[in-house]
Write a protein that binds this ligand. Structure first.
Ligand code: C2E
Ligand code: CA
Ligand code: CA
Ligand code: CA
Length: 276
């Protein structure tokens, strides 16, 4: 960087300003989207391979943009994480999905668990546990029907705060899973001390199974780790029958992926074959 000429510095400064201007617009748009109810939730079913029944669903947010159509979370979650907007958005997602689950439980249309992605900023809020409990109580939902997907980096922080947060959630009855397991800097020894219920094997490891020897070894190792620590394990991003067979053979019975179902609007989810 020390060799940067004046022109380059000017270019950099210009790009940065443009970036900030763009971000500013995005921030405003996101705020407006929340106020005008422009976010929508899709649900991706999770299956038990032994009978292909739906045992749960992951809540995935989308943005119904006025001019750009239905936007993927990749278009706005990173900025929302950066700006802190993920916290109000996250509360909207939680409230909305709990309302949906309450409705489903009332009608018996869906009896599975709902897996909700929780950003680190949000779980670190001081009142997170009590707010979750209050919302469940308000909707008459048992916390055991809710699985909170936390990031590997939050789990592996292993600070006093993160450990007691996880313990409090566990004590309140919530299920806890580690999302995208294996992509972060797991210090495996911590896992056994933490009140985690499930590991979600990241799609990047599943993708090249059973062809890639290396990826097969990684997936097998994660499954073995989960088994030995008495954790559940779910394979993410299953797209081919070969991947599914491999997972099943290795003892991973929970799957989620396009081979079985894409994320879908709520009315489509309840039309699928449910567990019991
Ligand atoms: P994730 O939590 O790992 O969610 C799984 C992503 O993989 C979803 O992308 C899903 O559509 C996609 N996927 C599922 N099965 C397959 C498959 O077989 N093949 C392929 N190629 N992809 C598959 P999506 O919905 O675009 O979400 C992307 C990410 O955005 C999520 O990754 C999650 O990190 C974040 N996100 C989504 N919804 C929320 C939310 O409500 N709150 C928070 N904090 N983050 C969210
Ligand atoms: Ca997830
Ligand atoms: Ca994931
Ligand atoms: Ca992911």
């Amino acid at each position: 960087a020390k060799n940067l000429g004046k022109n380059q510095v000017a270019l950099y400064a210009k790009a940065l300003t443009e970036h900030i201007i763009n971000m500013d617009t995005l921030d405003k748009e996101l705020q407006e989207a929340l106020e005008s109810d422009a976010f929508v939730l899709h649900y991706q079913p999770q299956f038990d391979l032994s009978d292909l029944s739906v045992v749960g669903a992951e809540v995935l947010v989308r943005w119904q943009h006025p001019t750009r159509g239905l936007l993927s979370p990749y278009a706005f979650i990173p900025r929302a994480e950066e700006s802190g907007f993920i916290v109000p958005l996250g509360w909207w997602i939680i409230e909305e999905s709990l309302k949906q689950l309450a409705l489903w439980q009332e009608t018996g249309a869906f009896k599975g668990t709902l897996a909700i992605n929780i950003s680190t900023l949000q779980i670190e809020e001081e009142s997170f546990v009590s707010a979750m409990q209050a919302l469940c109580k308000h909707e008459k939902i048992a916390p055991s029907c809710i699985e909170l997907e936390v990031t590997e980096s939050f789990v592996m922080k292993n600070t006093q705060e993160s450990i007691s947060k996880l313990l409090a959630l566990k004590k309140a009855g919530f299920k806890l899973s580690v999302d995208d397991f294996g992509t972060g800097y797991s210090s495996l020894s911590y896992l056994k001390q933490l009140p985690i219920d499930k590991l979600k094997i990241d799609r990047s490891f599943v993708k090249d199974t059973p062809r890639s020897e290396e990826d097969c070894a990684i997936v097998k190792a994660i499954i073995a780790l989960a088994k030995n620590l008495h954790l559940e394990v779910l394979g993410e991003g299953v797209e081919t029958p070969e991947q599914s067979l491999f997972l099943k053979k290795e003892g991973c019975h929970l799957v989620q992926g396009y081979l079985y179902a894409k994320p879908m609007p709520p009315e489509q989810l309840v039309a699928l074959k449910q567990n019991n």
